[in-house]
Design a protein. Structure first.
Length: 95
């Protein structure tokens, strides 16, 4: 299995809380191939206490290497992160 994680930049995490819908897409590089999408089942909030979230078991290695799926081409893998930010709450500035 291979994993994928999305992380909020530390400067942003200390200043705000971000709620987003996320997905990671393995892009098929084969003509007519079908992309493989792994989406979060719910909205996730990223902040100073939870800066990253992801999938510990994104895709089995055998599926990744399966030439008929077209994910690997010349030892390269194309990943796309789909991120829809739904809200940003900024922390109050320290006085």
């Amino acid at each position: 299995m291979h994993a994928a994680f999305l992380e909020l930049h530390p400067d942003t995490a200390s200043a705000a809380s971000v709620t987003a819908l996320t997905a990671v897409v393995l892009v098929s590089q084969k003509d007519g191939g079908q992309d493989w999408r792994c989406a979060a089942s719910e909205r996730k909030s990223y902040n100073s206490e939870l800066t990253n979230w992801g999938w510990a078991k994104l895709v089995p290695l055998a599926d990744l290497r399966d030439a008929s799926r077209g994910f690997l081409k010349h030892d390269r893998l194309l990943l796309r992160a789909d991120i829809t930010v739904e809200s940003v709450r900024r922390k109050a500035a320290a006085a």
